[in-house]
Write a protein of this length. Structure first.
Length: 298
C-alpha cells in the first residue's frame, strides 16, 4: 500500500492556508475601503452643513446621512448576527461538528469576514458564552449588591431573572454544549469555569451569607447549598434541549418547578419563628430559674 508523501501533505496544507489568507486580506481591504468612503462622506456632510447655500447635491448627501446604506447598517449588526448563527448551529449540530463556513453562511457573510471578527471557532464560542451568560451574571451580582429587601425576596428575584434571561432564551443551549462536549475542549472548559461557574457560585454565596448575617437564614454549609440551588436550574435547561425537545413525555412547566423549588428551599433556609407552645415553655423555665435564684439569696 502506497504511503502518502509528507511533502505532498505539507504542500496541500500550505495551499489551503494561502487561499484562506488571500480571502482574509481581500475582505480586510474591502472593509478598509468602505470605512474610508464613509469617513469621506462624513467630512463632506460637515462641509455642506456649514455652507449657507442649499443645492441639489447637498440635499442628496444629507439624505444619505439620514438613511445610511443597508451595508452600513448590516456591518453594525454583524457581530450579533454571527453570534446568533454560531449559537444556533452549535446547539443543533454540536460544537465539534459545526464548521466555520456554516456559521458564516447562516449569518450571510463569507468565512473571511467571520475571521475578521473571531479568529477561531474556539474564540467564537467564548464570545457566545460571554455575550449570553457572563453579562447576565454580572447583572445578578449588581442586583445582590444593591438589593435592600429581605433575602428571601432577593433569592426569588435572582431565580426569576436567571430563567427569563437565560433559561427561556437560546442561551440555555450553552448548558447542553458544556455537558456534552466540553470534555474534549479543556481550554473552553477552563474558560467556562472561570467566567460562568465561579462567578455564579460567588453570586449565590454572597446572597446566602447576606441572609445569614441578617438573621433571615439559619446557619448552613453555604458551599454545598450553592450546588443544591444551581442543580434544578441545570436540570430544566437540559430537559428543554433533550427530552423536552422531543415531546415524548408530559411537559414540564419550568416556572411552576422553580416556584416549588423556591418553596422547599426557603422553608428550609429561613429561621422559623418559635411556636407559641415553645414560647410558653421557655417563659416558664425562665421564671422557675429566677425563683430558684431568688430562693438562694440570703
Amino acid at each position: 500500500m502506497a504511503q502518502k508523501s509528507p511533502r505532498k501533505d505539507l504542500c496541500k496544507q500550505a495551499a489551503v492556508f494561502h487561499r484562506s489568507l488571500v480571502e482574509l486580506i481581500e475582505h480586510a481591504v474591502q472593509e478598509f475601503l468602505r470605512e474610508s468612503a464613509l469617513n469621506s462622506l462624513d467630512s463632506k456632510v460637515d462641509r455642506l452643513r456649514a455652507s449657507p447655500y442649499i443645492t441639489d447635491q447637498s440635499v442628496i448627501t444629507l439624505s444619505m446621512l439620514a438613511h445610511p446604506p443597508t451595508r452600513q447598517r448590516r456591518k453594525e449588526a454583524r457581530p450579533q448576527e454571527l453570534l446568533d448563527a454560531a449559537l444556533d448551529l452549535f446547539v443543533e449540530k454540536g460544537f465539534a461538528a459545526t464548521r466555520s463556513e456554516e456559521v458564516a453562511q447562516r449569518a450571510g457573510v463569507s468565512k473571511g469576514t467571520l475571521y475578521l471578527y473571531y479568529p477561531s471557532k474556539e474564540e467564537l464560542l467564548k464570545e457566545v458564552i460571554r455575550h449570553n451568560m457572563v453579562h447576565e451574571i454580572a447583572k445578578g451580582l449588581d442586583t445582590v449588591a444593591q438589593f435592600s429587601g429581605p433575602s428571601a425576596e432577593l433569592l426569588t428575584l435572582i431565580y426569576q431573572q436567571w430563567w427569563e434571561h437565560i433559561g427561556e432564551t437560546r442561551a440555555s443551549g450553552i448548558m447542553k454544549l458544556m455537558i456534552s462536549e466540553v470534555r474534549n475542549f479543556p481550554e473552553i472548559a477552563q474558560f467556562y469555569a472561570d467566567e460562568v461557574i465561579q462567578p455564579t457560585h460567588e453570586l449565590l454565596t454572597r446572597l446566602l451569607e447576606r441572609g445569614i448575617e441578617r438573621g433571615e437564614f439559619r446557619h448552613i454549609d453555604v458551599a454545598h447549598v450553592v450546588h443544591a440551588l444551581v442543580a434544578p436550574m441545570l436540570f430544566l435547561m437540559l430537559h428543554k434541549h433533550s427530552i423536552g425537545a422531543c415531546g415524548v413525555c408530559h411537559s414540564i412547566d419550568p416556572r411552576a418547578v422553580i416556584a416549588a423549588h423556591l418553596d422547599l428551599v426557603l422553608n428550609g433556609l429561613q429561621v422559623a419563628p418559635p411556636s407559641p407552645a415553645k414560647t410558653r415553655a421557655a417563659a416558664v423555665k425562665k421564671a422557675a430559674g429566677t425563683k430558684a435564684k431568688e430562693a438562694r439569696l440570703p
